[in-house]
Design a protein around this ligand. Structure first.
Ligand SMILES: Cc1cc2nc3c(=O)[nH]c(=O)nc-3n(C[C@H](O)[C@H](O)[C@H](O)COP(=O)(O)O)c2cc1C
Length: 200
């Protein structure tokens, strides 16, 4: 059976670093027979989480129901139906972009946090899908990894909460050195391998 892969893309620039990197990965996955979908967060209507915690009150493994009516439910249904996910967003101000963080805050229905409990718990205890997480930043990769560990940890915790195990972390350095720069050539092999991994 062919694998379903959904990519959640939190860049502001279509056709540039993160977007073209995701395209490379998804193309490699399709060549292995996977079905792919790319969600460009900026094209979607995603409200801010209001912290009402209604979705976190019902017990059980199934994600809670959010009271907001926007595109988030359909995106989360897509994630739940997928075998593999890609979470990809550039570093802006030391962490992933605001549009990605708005989306990540809306993952709270995957948590159980009844009033009176000190801390939330992930509903999904055992991962059933694979994840690739990806970010990009201005410095060379080894410096960027040291400077911005928070970007990868946010993406990792988001993957975990939707029931995905991170299999590959791709950090693209020297991003956007020119206005029209796309994903640097040297990352294409890594991206193709990650695509194959999700498709397997
Ligand atoms: C508002 C803003 C904030 C940024 N903050 C950082 C930063 O803190 N560290 C960094 O290395 N790059 C930073 N950058 C550069 C982006 O990481 C870079 O442009 C991005 O990785 C390119 O991805 P894209 O081509 O998908 O837009 C910032 C860019 C903008 C526009």
């Amino acid at each position: 059976m062919s694998k379903k892969i959904i990519a959640i893309v939190g860049t502001y620039r279509k056709g540039k670093t993160i977007d073209t990197a995701v395209d490379e990965l998804l193309e490699a996955a399709r060549q292995q027979g996977a079905q792919t979908e790319k969600i460009f967060l900026l094209d979607k209507h995603i409200e801010f989480c209001t912290n009402c915690r209604c979705c976190m009150q019902q017990p059980g493994e199934k994600r809670g129901d959010c009271v907001l009516d926007d595109d988030t439910k359909r995106i989360l249904d897509g994630i739940d139906a997928a075998d593999g996910i890609v979470l990809a967003a550039p570093v802006n101000w030391f962490n992933v972009t605001a549009v990605m963080r708005v989306f990540i805050e809306r993952l709270v229905p995957y948590g159980y946090w009844p009033w009176g409990a000190h801390a939330p718990k992930n509903r999904i205890k055992k991962p059933t899908k694979k994840a690739v997480i990806m970010t990009s930043a201005a410095p060379p990769e080894f410096i960027a990894r040291l400077l911005y560990p928070g970007a990868m940890s946010v993406l990792k915790s988001a993957a975990k909460c939707v029931g995905a195990k991170v299999e590959s972390k791709i950090f693209i350095g020297m991003a956007a050195q020119t206005q029209d720069q796309t994903v640097p050539e040297k990352y294409k092999r890594q991206l193709a391998d990650a695509g194959k991994l999700l498709a397997s």
